[in-house]
Design a protein around this ligand. Sequence first.
Ligand code: ADP
Ligand code: MG
Ligand code: ZN
Length: 486
Amino acid sequence: MSGSWEAVIGLEVHAQLLTRTKLFCACATSFGAPPNTHVCPTCLGLPGALPVLNGEAVRMAVRTALSLGCTIKESSRFARKNYFYPDLPKGYQISQFDEPFSEGGYVEFEVEEAAGPGSDAPSTTRRARLTRIHMEEDAGKNLHDLAGGSVVDLNRAGTPLVEIVGEPDLRTPAEAAGYLRALRDVLVFLGVNDGNLEEGSFRCDANVSIRPAGSSTLGTRVELKNINSFRFVEKALAGEIARQRDVLESGGRIVQETRGWDEKTSSTFSLRSKETAQDYRYFPEPDLPPLHLDDAFVATLRATLPETPRAKRERFVSELALSPYAAQVLTQHPRVAAFFEEAATLSLDAVAVANFIQGEVLRDVTTSGVEADFPVSPGQVVEILKLVSQGKISGKQAKEVYAKAKGTTASPAALVADLGMAQVSDPAAIEAACAKVIADNAKQAEQYRSGKTGVFGFFVGQVMKATKGSANPQLVNETLKRLLGA
Ligand code: ADP
Ligand code: MG
Ligand code: ZN
């Protein structure tokens, strides 16, 4: 962006809460079921059906708000947001409007300006304020171009969402991406959302305007809808910022509107003029009483909040002596962090555990939402590392043992025995192997003893070969020197 303009960005995030059932009925929320099988009179909006608020959704929403430093309102209300769309059978969405259950709060995030996430480049920590978090129900899903037409799947209709509205505190596309990543991590570590942008369970609308650098008034904003990857958020924002600058620099005006992002042309396109609150004819939901969240209820939830991913990362560095990069990698997923912590607790060497998980185990971990599949147990990792620290196997053999242990519950010590690795540091076995190699190679032994020490490497190589690489190299060296009488 040229020096004369500054971008202003504010994000609205919709995150599906991982409740078993919908926000106002007992239908299951599971993803991927056959279309229109998780529906009932309430989420279909049939006459006379009444909504009943899901307590689990309320607990998850409050935990989300508390984790983000929001103030919880003792009293809040649901409202009807009226609009027509085929995926909205009631003709209105139940949402919170002028009385949300929480206000304020902030997201703390890293910005890796040039190098991208996962790099060792220094990153800066920033904070962006939140306006509010409220609860609402999701709409169904329109599926287009199926057999030449469009169909509607209402399984998602009524799924609980939190909408997390950010203040226009962000200034660059990289900041927006950092904010989103941090926000997603908080929700996923809390276990309230699966963080899946592709499947739409974590969705972002990005609002962006530009203004002359140094100005303190806000420009007219454009809303970019439904961006389903972190990379697209950055690209779409950069594209939209460039478009706005071109419009303004050629004397035009920015129209307040909603735009989409076209990945093929790398540009945004107009979807519709921006709707305003008046368009929705909001009014209080007559079928639901006001929501009361008393202090004791909130205090209980606050007392049981888990550590945030950011706090975990800091603790891994300060208490367990991990590098910031290792701490980052091991907190990429809550189950990975838990796996590492369990292994680190069982071991005396958290850094060795971290290295081994990063170097070997992570390659074989598959994650799906908040779940993850591990090829081995934390106990197996710790046992492998213990065999290394006791000198029973080498670092290279540790990898082989791991490869054999994968997908089994086998004890690494037993595997080491099966693989014939156990004699590695047994002095008697090594001495026998060395003595045999010397006896078999009398000529080279003679050369060595007459001062041609260059043949020493030959002996080491022969012993390693004879022991299939399993001998402790240091012990082999010492033993050979002693036996060759140097
Ligand atoms: P709506 O639901 O109509 O989009 P909200 O007020 O709920 O409106 O959300 C507005 C979002 O737009 C917030 O995230 C806010 O930070 C952001 N925003 C508001 N004004 C601007 C602006 N001038 N430039 C960029 N972002 C803005
Ligand atoms: Mg909006
Ligand atoms: Zn239902």
